[in-house]
Design a protein around this ligand. Sequence first.
Ligand code: ADP
Length: 292
Amino acid sequence: VLREMQKSAKPIDRDSFTILECIGSGQFGTVNKGVVFLENQSSICAIKVTKMDSGDDILKEAGIMQSFTHANVVRAFGLCSDSGDIFLLLEFCDLGDAQHHLASLSQSDPVPMRIKIMILEQVACGMKYLDDMKIVHRDIAARNVLLQTPNSHNRPPRAKVSDLGLARELDEHSQYTKTSQSAQLPVRWMAPENIMDFKANQATDVWAFGITAWEILSNGMMPFESLKNKEVIVLLTNPNLNISTYLMKQDHWSDDIYRIILDCTAFEPDDRPSFDMLINDFTRIVRNLGRL
Ligand code: ADP
C-alpha cells in the first residue's frame, strides 16, 4: 500500500526546494515555510518533515492529497525522500490554522460571525468533495482547517481542509473504515459509534464537522474544556446525552446556526445531515445575513 501511495505522489528533487523558518509542529515532525521551484516557477509552500521510519501516514497523506484538486482542500506539490527524511510539500496557508487564528484575534479584533459562517461553508464544500471521492477524513477539527488571506478586502479568508494523515478510503462493502486503536485518537471530535466501535464513515466526519463548527464559532475554544479525555468518552457514549449542556450556545449565535451543530452531533448517525445538506443550510444562512 505504501509503495502504491509513494508511486501516486509526485517525487520532488531535494534541490528543488529550500526550507525557511519552522511554522508549526505536528504529531510526526515539524512544519516549515519554504520555497519550491517547479516548472520554472517558484512558489511559497509549507513543508512537513518526518523521519522515514515514522512516515507511514505522511506517505498516505501525500498520495491522497496529490490526487485531489479542490479550492477547499490543501493541495500537495509532491513528496521528497532524502537521507532518512521525508518532505511533504503543500500549498501554503499564510494565516495558519483556524483554531489559532481565531483565538489570537478573539480579544483584539474578533472575526465577525458572517465571516466565520462563510469559513464553515467552505469547510463543508471541501468535506463534500472528499466525501464524493469516497474519502473519510477522520480528523476534521479547527486545527486542521487552514486559512489564506482573501484576495480582496472584506472577503472571508479562503478555508482549506488539511491534514489528511488519518484519512482513508471508504470500504464500499462495509461502509465503514476501521480506526487503528493504537493511534492517538481525537476523542473530543469523535462520534459515539466511532468511540465505541472505531467505525468511521461520512456520518462520523459530519459529527466532527459539528464540533469544528462549534470551535470556529467560539473563536477556537476547546470543546468539552472542563472534561478530561476519559470523561469525554463516558459522556459521548451515553445515548441520553444532552450535548447542548456541554457545547453551549452563545447569546449572539442565531438558532439556525446552533441547530446545525446539534443536528451534526445527533447520537444516531442516520439523524445527521449530509455535507450537501449542510452546504445548502450555510448558503441560506449567509444569504439571509447578506453576502459580502
Ligand atoms: P500533523 O498532521 O503532523 O499534526 P499538521 O498538518 O496539523 O501536522 O500541521 C501542524 C501545524 O502546522 C498546523 O496547525 C499549522 O499551523 C501548520 N501548517 C500545516 N500545514 C500548513 C500549510 N499548508 N500552510 C501553513 N501552515 C501549515
